[in-house]
Design a protein around this ligand. Structure first.
Ligand code: FES
Ligand SMILES: [Fe+2]
Length: 345
């Protein structure tokens, strides 16, 4: 029997057995390795000789120095402390300080599976239940020639559940973002309805269509969960219809989250170029301002607020999301307990 506290603790730490975005592709380049943190683990990223991103635990198997302080040599990573060189699989290629060192050839570093998609670097975090990476499932907009997107990322000092709850809650739009472009539109009173949708559920405002942040599609039943929402733009907002956000939340540790928001419009060709120009010149700042409002609010909600809440009808999405995460955590913990018992038996 798994206690509710253990389930909540697992959810709070972030669920393994999924792919998470850990960086923007452009951040992993050149001669310098990049340190990232996700699900409480310190990792190092770099590009090998073929240009593919490699990911190891940021820990040198010799004596624990962070590999991210090292250098990239011929596509491998060399520890700064005593020069041990590892490849992307975690194998020790060379111990330069000692000829024919028996450590050479040992696969001593912990390697993670990486995949790049749509300018993002995704890493698979294995669980005991799912040690091997399932295929990385991505939103249909990714890689589609009809869509043009920009990826923005920010570090928020709050548990990822608050960032996720925030996206599953369309009603905050017309209050928290009341003074923002288009998000000010729409009624301040409404009811919400929740319906099953592909890979998860949709929360929709009942009394408002096409005006503001009217619905959110929360995709949980996938190997890389995300949310999708549209912010309608007036004709003056340029080509491409609504501004679509695809949001991924990566727990850095229990108190920090790295959010990755792809900002998309359905435009290609000349219209796509026009949109990209408009976005850089005008909308990027607007979008950051809105995200800042979310960040400032969420960072100031106490860590334990979820134990002292009074929810009402508008929190249907939040409640459903929490239940989904808890069910997943429970299943993982049951699996882990059963495999532990098997080992003991
Ligand atoms: S700790 Fe890395 S080479 Fe010694
Ligand atoms: Fe918001």
């Amino acid at each position: 029997m798994i206690s509710p506290d253990r389930i909540k603790e697992r959810v709070s730490q972030g669920l393994p057995g999924q792919w998470y975005v850990v960086a923007k592709s452009v951040q992993v380049r050149g001669e310098k390795p990049m340190a990232v943190q996700a699900l409480g683990k310190k990792l190092v990223l770099w590009r090998n000789g073929e240009g593919s991103v490699c990911c190891l635990e940021d820990y040198c198997p010799h004596r624990g120095a962070p590999l991210s302080r090292g250098e990239i040599l011929e596509g491998h990573i060399a520890c700064r402390y005593h020069g041990i060189k590892l490849d992307g699989t975690g194998k020790i290629i060379r111990v330069p300080a000692m000829p024919a060192c028996p450590l050479e050839g040992r696969r001593a570093g912990i390697a993670y599976t990486v995949q790049e998609a749509n300018d993002g670097v995704f890493v698979y975090f294995p669980s005991i239940e799912k040690p091997e990476p399932p295929p990385l499932e991505l939103p249909g907009e990714f890689g589609s020639p009809q869509w043009s997107s920009f990826l923005c990322s920010a570090l928020w000092s709050c548990n990822y559940q608050y960032a996720a709850d925030n996206t599953a809650d369309p009603m905050h739009g017309c209050y928290l973002h009341a003074d923002s472009f288009t998000l000010a539109y729409g009624a301040k009173q409404d009811l919400l309805k929740l319906e099953k949708a592909e890979g998860g559920f949709i929360v929709t405002r009942v009394g408002q269509v096409g005006e503001n942040f009217d619905w959110v599609h929360v995709v949980t039943d996938t190997s890389a969960p995300y949310i999708r929402l549209d912010i309608p733009y007036p004709p003056a907002g340029g080509p491409g219809g609504p501004f679509r956000i695809l949001g991924f939340m990566t727990p850095v540790d229990e108190r920090r989250t790295r959010v990755f928001f792809w900002r998309n419009r359905k435009v290609s060709g000349i219209a796509g170029e026009a949109w990209r120009f408009l976005f850089r010149a005008f909308y990027e700042k607007q979008h950051w301002d809105v995200l800042e409002q979310d960040r400032a609010m969420l960072e100031n909600i106490p860590f334990d607020a979820r134990h002292r809440e009074l929810l009402y009808q508008h929190d249907v999405g939040v409640v459903r999301l929490r239940r989904t995460l808890q069910e997943r955590a429970k299943r993982q913990l049951e699996f882990e307990e059963a495999s532990q018992q098997q080992k003991v038996g």
